[in-house]
Design a protein around this ligand. Structure first.
Ligand SMILES: NC(=O)c1ccc[n+]([C@@H]2O[C@H](COP(=O)([O-])OP(=O)(O)OC[C@H]3O[C@@H](n4cnc5c(N)ncnc54)[C@H](O)[C@@H]3O)[C@@H](O)[C@H]2O)c1
Ligand SMILES: CC(C)[C@H](C(=O)O)[C@@H](O)C(=O)O
Ligand SMILES: [Mg+2]
Length: 362
């Protein structure tokens, strides 16, 4: 498998290093064959090459079987880099060009972390849900977009929320198929009461369900209610399918259930090609975390668990994926804690030491 590693900005580099150590364990002990290429991404490209996206890196991105990504975003970027360059080196350009429409964001409560969660244990116990966030359409990609100057000299910012039936159908089909491998329940989240695109979303998901997936339980939920239900009774959810923006917001909110955004992994997948291979990008859900970057304190488990998703979805190694997920659970059960998930008085590990703890449990 051709794997491209793009650690990116801020804590992205720190957590990806730990993800790579774990991947290397599977290469050495389980015969995982990897052809790994490393490239810089983000502000380091601007500093080194004067462009946010060297052509050679873009070619690597387009040619990779899978990408292990860290994070993007830096405080100096908006001031230092012209908008055109920022777009060239943006995560959204990659997601769009690779057509990574299905963004999986599992949220599973490790039993050991009930004290780290701001919620009561009776709320968080046994939470095991997964978002299928549509990732290549909606308001992130709709046209027209931009900032225009009005006749009175003031400006207006414009973005367009748009979904075609085909874009809704492929995300929903992915969610129904995934639900059949889990607890057979899909919650489809929209704002059908306000948005035309939301009403279409609901119709298309409902019709697909009736036509192809009557064995799966489907519920429709408005996005504002979903935000509340995630806090109140997250255990009720199995698969949540939703649009690009709601998926972004709701998955961060779900990170709080576990206690830290640093815990959440993700996989972004394209449709399979003729040989059944999906292009894929794996990354923690969190960003570059400028408030803690460079200190060696970031939680690497979001990246390490993204490696588990890579083993499952790109390497075709579900047993290895489960082995890694179990090792993370064991490390947590043995008391391994980075600062973000430590209860008061608990000993705190740095980023690399948390990597050591997981490796020790493999
Ligand atoms: N996929 C991505 O690369 C991605 C995702 C989200 C935000 N961003 C970018 O990151 C930058 C910072 O955004 P933000 O601060 O709103 O979001 P963030 O996800 O970077 O951080 C939010 C909060 O979570 C904490 N956090 C994040 N990752 C952590 C980890 N591994 N361990 C412990 N704590 C962690 C941070 O310290 C911060 O308090 C922005 O430029 C934003 O655009 C990128
Ligand atoms: C960095 C940003 C473009 C991104 C998004 O909004 O999709 C991030 O928040 C995420 O969740 O992956
Ligand atoms: Mg986000």
């Amino acid at each position: 498998m051709k794997l491209l590693v793009l650690p990116g900005d801020g804590v992205g580099t720190e957590v990806t290093e730990q993800g790579l150590r774990v991947l290397d364990w599977f290469a050495r002990h389980r015969g995982l064959a990897l052809d790994i290429t490393h490239r810089t991404f983000g502000m380091e490209n601007w500093r080194r090459h004067g462009t946010m996206m060297p052509d050679e890196t873009w070619a690597q991105i387009l040619g990779a079987d899978a990408i292990l990504f860290g994070a993007t975003g830096s405080l100096d970027q908006a001031a230092a880099v012209p908008p055109e360059e920022r777009r060239k080196g943006s995560l959204l350009r990659m997601r769009g060009a690779l057509d990574l429409f299905a963004n999986l964001r599992p949220v599973k409560m490790p039993a050991a972390l009930t004290e780290a969660s701001p919620y009561k244990p009776r709320i968080t116990e046994h939470v095991d849900l997964i978002f299928v966030r549509e990732l290549t359409a909606g308001i992130y990609f709709g046209e027209p977009r931009g900032v225009e100057t009005l006749p009175d000299g003031t400006r207006r910012g414009i973005n367009t929320h748009s979904y075609t039936e085909a874009q809704i159908t492929r995300a929903a089909r992915f969610a129904f198929e995934l639900a059949r491998t889990r607890r057979n329940h899909v919650t489809s989240v929209d704002k059908a009461n306000v948005m035309e695109a939301g009403a279409l979303w609901r119709q298309v998901v409902g019709a697909l369900h009736a036509r192809e997936f009557p064995d799966v339980t489907l519920e429709h939920m408005l996005a504002d209610n979903c935000a509340m239900q995630l806090a109140r009774s997250p255990r009720r959810f199995d698969v949540i399918v939703t649009d690009n923006l709601f998926g972004d917001l709701l998955s961060d909110a779900a990170g709080a259930i576990i206690g830290s955004l640093g815990m959440l992994p993700s996989a972004s997948l394209s449709a399979p090609d003729a040989s059944g291979r999906r292009r894929a990008l794996y990354e923690p859900v969190h960003g570059s975390a400028p408030d803690i970057a460079g200190q060696g304190v970031a939680n690497p488990l979001g990246s390490i668990l993204s490696v588990a998703l890579l083993l499952r979805w790109s390497a075709g190694r579900p047993e290895d994926a489960a082995h890694l997920e179990a090792a993370v659970e064991r490390a947590l059960a043995q008391g391994a804690r980075t600062a973000d998930i430590a209860a008061p008085g608990e000993a705190v590990l740095g980023t690399a030491a948390m990597g050591d703890a997981v490796l020790g449990c493999l």
